[in-house]
Design a protein around this ligand. Structure first.
Ligand SMILES: [Zn+2]
Length: 246
């Protein structure tokens, strides 16, 4: 799919500030956990990514807890906290996909539940129309903590936007950190709706032209920014962004 996000005016927080906010916002929305991560490709250097560190709490990390990694070597640049053990997911996707600017990985309950039951996540709720008709399922639950496992997940993602790791979690890849916040919350909302519908009948899955029309509607940059603003203000007013710049 086209990942164009050029029309979206950039948020002026720097890479660390942007990722720290995104992690806290996703956590506040109930779609992160103690081990999730968000990354972005550096704006100036396409061979560098930024990711929240392994140790920093997802509820209180600051811009200074976001660390740079050299995509060519897989090494952290400079000294300090290390990236999370599953940073291979991010690195291998960036190496394969020059169109991807941001990646998110976490373990949302309903997405994982569907995968355990062998049900692919499918677009059934309007907000989930960015998803493909069947989100691929990577058939292993182990940590993606080696280059080989990272490559296997990147391969399972292919040219798409999402892949579910069965009994483990979810990976999304897209054009910006704003999209990651929007998409992970929307994907989990979609999974909840799909799960609920499965209790009482056969869910209607958006396909073909119907899916394309809805996908174009939610891809409007104004909608993406509105979503970000909603989650940002909800988290900020609850105090979840206090001290985010360190
Ligand atoms: Zn994981």
């Amino acid at each position: 799919m086209a990942l164009a996000a050029k029309e979206l005016p950039a948020l002026d927080f720097g890479c660390g500030g942007l990722i720290a906010r995104a992690v806290r916002m996703i956590n506040h929305a109930g779609c992160m956990d103690m081990n999730g991560h968000v990354s972005m490709r550096d704006h100036e250097d396409p061979n560098m990514m930024w990711i929240n560190s392994r140790k920093a709490s997802r509820s209180s990390l600051t811009a200074r807890d976001v660390v740079p990694v050299d995509l060519r070597t897989g090494k952290r640049i400079g000294i300090g906290d290390e990236p999370p053990s599953e940073f291979h997911i991010h690195r291998e996707i960036y190496l394969r996909r020059t169109d991807v600017a941001a990646v998110e990985h976490s373990h949302p309950e309903h997405i994982v539940t569907l995968s355990i039951a062998g049900k692919p996540l499918q677009p059934v709720f309007a907000v989930g129309a960015f998803l493909p008709e069947n989100v691929p399922i990577f058939p292993h639950a182990y940590l993606i903590d080696t280059v080989e496992r990272g490559k296997a997940v990147a391969l399972a993602l292919g040219e798409g936007t999402a892949v579910t790791l069965r009994g483990h979690g979810f990976v999304i890849a897209g054009p910006s950190v704003e999209h990651m916040v929007n998409w992970i919350v929307s994907a989990e909302d979609n999974a909840k709706a799909q799960f609920n519908a499965l209790q009482i009948g056969e869910p209607h899955v958006f396909r073909g032209e119907e899916l394309e029309i809805m996908r174009a509607q939610i891809a409007d940059p104004k909608i993406v920014r509105k979503n970000w603003d909603y989650h940002y203000e909800t988290a900020r007013r609850a105090g979840a962004l206090d001290g985010v710049d360190g």
